[in-house]
Design a protein around this ligand. Structure first.
Ligand SMILES: C[S@@+](CC[C@H](N)C(=O)[O-])C[C@H]1O[C@@H](n2cnc3c(N)ncnc32)[C@H](O)[C@@H]1O
Length: 292
């Protein structure tokens, strides 16, 4: 079988090679593809624009190759890692480094401590959940590695094939842009997919949303029928949206918008329809009360 030890040896990454050999780490499980290319590691750290005030959260610290570089520039690095073997590697490497704190556990479950920047080569299988968990925290800047296709969906535009629920949700919470594409060859063991680093800057939504929970459900529902006209998607998904008097509500929505497909509408137009539904629900409810 192709050995990670051999692949790293042939690549000449001596520190990584010795760590993986010493701890008998095979890689591959828990999304373990370690970024070993020093050029990309340095570019990621530079993009985080770290200074002595910054407290950095790193999710999935692995064997600590990014952690070590971050700690040289930041006030503190809090590194979360799930795999107990890698947690042991991190403790062995960094227990004497004062500004690195290691948290053993599942990043989806542990409570995040205070941080102002997040820099991570993320475990790709939890990309969505971890991003939305992060976006519910208050931080200034994220430099995050994702599978390339996922990153492309985060930053897409209406009328493009990658435009999706993820694009709209991301745009609601943050400005996102792709900083660089990272080839498979930059990792050990090499993953099957290319990667991309996203720069994420949280900010208030650039459009009004009257009810965030309803907006999120609405976007999810209409993108599950992305090629249907919005009015048909709303009707078909009403078992999820639970809009009372649905036909009357649809009749009052702006025809020029609801006769288009979700994939052709901007996040702002989708928010406009979701807000109107909220208002209509309220006015139907008030009318019903007045009639009683
Ligand atoms: C793509 S590797 C990145 C490793 C390292 N940061 C690097 O750049 O080489 C993802 C890391 O996340 C860890 N991981 C996977 N699922 C996790 C979870 N739910 N919580 C915390 N860490 C997780 C894996 O064990 C692995 O070390």
């Amino acid at each position: 079988m192709y050995s990670i030890y051999y692949s790293i040896y042939s690549g000449g990454f001596s520190l990584v090679r010795s760590l993986l050999k010493k701890y008998n780490i095979k890689g591959g499980t828990f999304d373990q593809h370690f970024l070993v290319d020093a050029g990309y590691l340095d570019r990621i750290v530079a993009a985080a624009e770290l200074g002595p005030e910054d407290v950095v959260l790193e999710i999935g610290a692995g064997i600590g190759n990014l952690t070590e570089r971050l700690a040289k520039k930041a006030k503190k690095v809090i590194a979360i890692e799930l795999d107990p073997v890698l947690v042991r590697v991190l403790h062995d490497r960094f227990d004497k480094v004062e500004n690195i704190e290691i948290i053993a556990g599942d990043a989806l479950k542990v409570e995040f401590p205070e941080f102002n920047k997040v820099v991570s080569n993320l475990p790709y299988s939890i990309s969505s959940e971890i991003t939305f968990k992060l976006l519910r925290h208050n931080f200034k800047l994220g430099i995050l590695m994702y599978q390339y296709e996922f990153a492309a969906r985060m930053v897409s535009l209406p009328n493009c094939k990658d435009y999706s629920r993820l694009t709209v949700d991301t745009c609601y919470f943050a400005d996102a842009s792709i900083l660089m594409k990272v080839p498979k060859s930059a990792f050990q063991p090499a993953p099957e997919v290319d990667s991309a680093v996203i720069r994420l800057v949280p900010r208030p939504a650039p459009f009004e949303v009257k009810n965030q929970a309803f907006f999120m459900d609405f976007v999810s529902a209409v993108f599950s029928q992305r090629r249907k006209k919005l009015k048909n998607a709303i009707l078909n998904m009403n078992h999820v949206l639970k809009i009372p008097s649905i036909k009357e509500v649809i009749a009052r929505l702006p025809e020029d918008i609801i006769s288009k497909r979700a994939e052709n509408l901007t996040p702002e137009e989708l928010a406009q329809v979701a807000n109107q539904i909220i208002d209509l629900k309220k006015s139907f409810f008030e009318n019903e009360l007045n009639e009683q």
